[in-house]
Design a protein. Structure first.
Length: 145
């Protein structure tokens, strides 16, 4: 004779199996945001980021805005060349340091703090910058630089 607990457990297992068959698989695009990697090399006492425009395009940000963040974050001078899409920094820097600065930018100014998606835009309202997510609709202020 079966125990009452055994019957309960079997019934529970059957109900779970029926439930999992009826519930659709989670809708996921399988897409995962991969932060772009910078390609840089040193020329004397300067560093040139060769794929700067491509990185800015992938992040959906203006290259001039990203360049300003880099110059301020690295406390150096430099300039963005629109024609070639490169950023010239007047400091000798390694790629790891540059990628760390890029990752900080992505955390603060690209990724939505609510849903974690990179589908955001920066809206400027006077002196206030707002990060607006196109995926979930969340809005929140970000620190201007």
């Amino acid at each position: 004779m079966e125990n009452v607990d055994d019957n309960y457990f079997k019934n529970y297992q059957n109900l779970l199996e029926r439930l999992y068959k009826k519930v659709p698989a989670p809708a996921s695009s399988g897409e995962r945001f991969e932060p772009p990697k910078l390609i840089a090399h040193q020329m004397g006492n300067q560093t040139v980021i060769r794929n700067f425009r491509e990185v800015a395009d992938k992040l959906r940000r203006e290259p001039e805005l990203l360049a300003r963040y880099f110059l301020k974050g690295l406390a150096t001078s430099g300039n963005y060349d629109r024609e070639s899409g490169t950023l010239l920094l007047n400091s000798k820097l390694n790629v790891e340091t540059l990628n760390n600065i890029l990752n900080k930018f992505i955390e603060s100014y690209v990724i939505c703090p609510t849903c974690g998606r990179p589908d955001t835009v920066i809206i400027k309202k006077g002196k206030i910058w707002i990060l607006k997510c196109e995926a979930c609709g969340a809005e929140g202020p970000v620190k201007p630089f």
